[in-house]
Design a protein around this ligand. Structure first.
Ligand code: ZN
Length: 698
């Protein structure tokens, strides 16, 4: 809609209006300028002015209009704010009915869909448009003479409720759009009101703060927002409207001219050009059902990463002539179909609970449910976290449970359906003894989980070894859970030191091994022996000691056993180490068997001395960011995020992850979003471009 050169011109004009306020003669220029920024912000999601600057421009328009009320126009950006409240939502008839869609669930259904179109139209080849099926509230917008004149909810499909004031308050809906450029006098558009997932989270946080009832999901928040009596409340919800169809168009003489545009995809391109929010890479046009199906699957797989909730894709025959030939059933068009994504929720029966012992002895209850298909995978095991979780949800054996799996997130139990209980369900009795070694479990007061305190607990020892060889710890390539369990069963492994003293000849003779894989394993173990000591510290499974604190400790010791001589004061000096961690680490290094273990590992050649990688970065006195905190946001052009952070560390800065009053510098790349806004709002953060940053560290 706005070419690059035009965008630049608008931007420069804004800067001028900010230094020299617009005059009466420039009022329409100022409005166009604000419209441009609304588009940048709400349609494109890439603002070029700060919120403050935008507000200043907006206020200068308000002021001009106050001085010259005769110059106020209906489509002025100031008119988005409703002055008087509508008490009624009048029923209005849509210009064309809003029908629902038939559903499909897999590729075979799509093939059948194509076959039916071929049969109905007599046409063998055709193209299909594929777009997201937004999970929100449908609306219809009518423009006349390039002005938004009506907004309405879907209602029963024939009649909806008028909500023009609310539609006007939604900034991704242009109040003015140049349909006349295309010879259109009156037009009806279909759109879906949605709320970005992150905006939804913020809205709910805000509501929680004000002790208001939380919204169940973005759809409820959006559809409810459309029907607010006070349009200013609608504006607060952060609703976006995606336009997905041009359903009616006539010229100044009242002739239906929709078919002049020939294709659905042409209309979408036109709407984009007119400044409406339409799907971008989510929209595709294909000539085979194979490609259509691939597009659907691709978006199903990445639906969680998409900023809006979508529950499927919509496939439309692109050509209007073929659409007409295909026609309609009573309920839906024959030329379009919804491809429904697999359900994220399902019910199943809780059959039993197993108790897993972790590497530091914590006990995790795991629900075993009747296997159920959920968003494309079969689920039979779900973590119940801890005793408190089971009690608070009153989950019982034999219960019908509602299970959810969202994207890459592991499945979880939403709730028990107690209305389906027969009375035979049994409350879950959390064990008092370790399922592996029978030791009495303990539960420190400030912790959520029960623990087995036995150092010689077999389950713990095996878990410790599995963790020890894992990527996060010693990163022994190819050495995983199955090897650990197998070697343990053969009594080759009794503690982690044995990992470094294996008999590779014997391994080569094991079934399924051979010389080659035994040698490979030997090389991986050999390599791990040279690891920096921060990895070694982390791999010991010391309670509460993680990767970050391991690094902090490794920076301060020359040899791992130096920790055996540490006193309480050594720890209290370290900012990142709290008293609980200090207690656990010193407890570990006071036990003789642990000292013996480390000495044995050292004998087997495992490095126990501080390496180059463990040493703290030397920061010069005059380092440009010495003692400062820094954060990178947006996409950087000249280096990766990681490289940038390394450069910052070398320049004395501490990388932190959130914008707060503790942040000194925010470096913004392209498309910087909420972090930039937050930093600007704080007013205490120095904002740098990537170039500024590079210049400073030169
Ligand atoms: Zn145990």
């Amino acid at each position: 809609m706005y070419e690059a050169s035009k965008q630049k011109a608008f931007f420069e004009q804004s800067k001028q209006f900010l230094s020299t306020p617009a005059t009466k003669d420039q009022i329409e220029d100022l409005r166009d300028n604000l419209r441009f920024h609304e588009w940048k912000y709400y349609v494109e999601n890439s603002p070029v002015l700060s919120d403050y600057e935008y507000d200043m421009l907006y206020k200068s328009l308000e002021k001009l209009e106050e001085t010259y009320p005769a110059l106020i126009t209906e489509d002025s950006p100031t008119q988005r704010v409703a002055k008087d409240l509508t008490s009624e939502f009048n029923k209005v008839k849509h210009l064309t009915p809003m029908l629902s869609l038939g559903n499909s669930y897999n590729k075979e259904d799509l093939v059948d869909f194509e076959k039916s179109i071929v049969k109905l139209t007599g046409e063998e080849t055709m193209t299909f448009a594929v777009e997201p099926k937004f999970d929100g509230g449908s609306i219809a917008l009518v423009y006349e003479n390039d002005q938004l004149v009506r907004g309405a909810t879907r209602g029963d499909g024939t009649q909806g409720e008028e909500m023009t004031a609310n539609a006007k308050s939604i900034k991704s809906i242009p109040l003015k759009a140049a349909f006349s450029k295309y010879g259109i006098h009156r037009v009806e558009l279909r759109g879906e009101a949605v709320i970005r997932k992150d905006v939804f989270d913020r809205v709910n946080q805000e509501r929680a703060k004000n002790q208001q009832v939380l919204f169940a999901n973005p759809r409820n928040a959006a559809t409810g927002g459309l029907r607010m009596k006070d349009a200013n409340e609608t504006a607060k919800r952060g609703i976006d409207v995606f336009i997905f169809q041009l359903s009616f168009a006539e010229d100044a003489n009242g002739n239906d001219i929709l078919h002049q545009f020939e294709k659905h995809s042409t209309c979408i391109a036109m709407l984009k050009d007119l400044g409406f929010k339409v799907p971008k890479s989510e929209f595709g046009v294909y000539s085979t059902i194979d490609e259509v199906s691939q597009h659907c699957i691709k978006w199903e797989n990445q639906r969680e990463k998409y900023p809006y909730e979508i529950d499927g894709m919509v496939i439309k025959v692109d050509d209007f002539k073929l659409q007409e030939l295909a026609g309609y059933t009573q309920h839906h068009p024959r030329w379009a179909i919804a491809y429904k994504f697999k359900a994220k929720q399902a019910t199943s029966i809780l059959e039993k609970v197993e108790y897993q012992v972790g590497k530091t002895g914590s006990i995790t209850p795991v629900a075993k449910i009747t296997p159920v298909a959920l968003a494309g995978v079969t689920v039979s095991s779900i973590s119940l976290h801890n005793e408190e979780f089971i009690q608070s949800k009153d989950i019982r054996l034999g219960d019908t449970v509602l299970v959810e799996r969202a994207g890459d997130v592991i499945p979880y139990i939403v709730k028990s359906l107690d209305e389906l209980r027969s009375g035979k369900e049994i409350p879950i009795d959390f064990p008092k003894q370790c399922p592996s070694c029978n030791y009495d479990l303990i539960k420190p007061e400030d912790e959520a989980k029960w623990r087995c305190p036995n150092n010689y607990c077999e389950a713990q020892i095996i878990q410790k070894m599995i963790f020890h060889v894992s990527k996060d710890a010693m990163n022994i390539d190819g050495f995983g859970k199955s090897y650990v369990e197998r070697f343990y069963d053969l009594a080759w492994l009794r503690d982690i030191s044995d990992i470094y003293n294996l008999d590779y000849q014997a391994i080569a003779e094991l079934e399924g091994f051979g010389e080659k894989s035994a040698t490979k394993l030997q090389e991986a173990v050999l390599k791990a022996k040279q690891n920096p000591i921060h990895r070694l510290l982390n791999s010991l499974s010391i309670y509460h000691l993680g990767r970050k604190a391991s690094k902090v400790l490794a920076e301060r010791i020359e040899h791992v056993l130096d920790l055996a001589d540490w006193t309480e004061e050594n720890y209290t000096d370290i900012h990142d180490v709290g008293p609980i961690l200090a207690r656990e680490v010193s407890h570990f290094f006071q036990q003789e068997e642990n000292i013996a273990l480390i000495k044995k590992m050292e004998e087997y050649g495992v490095n126990m001395k501080q390496t180059e990688e463990d040493r703290p970065v030397e920061v010069a006195e005059d380092a440009p960011f010495k003692g400062k905190t820094i954060l990178f946001t947006g996409s950087l052009q000249q280096m990766t995020r990681k490289e940038a952070q390394q450069k910052a560390t070398l320049a004395g800065a501490k990388n932190i992850s959130a914008v707060s009053s503790k942040l000194d510098f925010l470096v913004v790349g392209e498309k910087a979003g909420s972090k930039l806004k937050k930093a600007e709002a704080l007013g205490t953060v120095s904002i740098l471009t990537e170039e500024d940053f590079l210049a400073m560290i030169e």
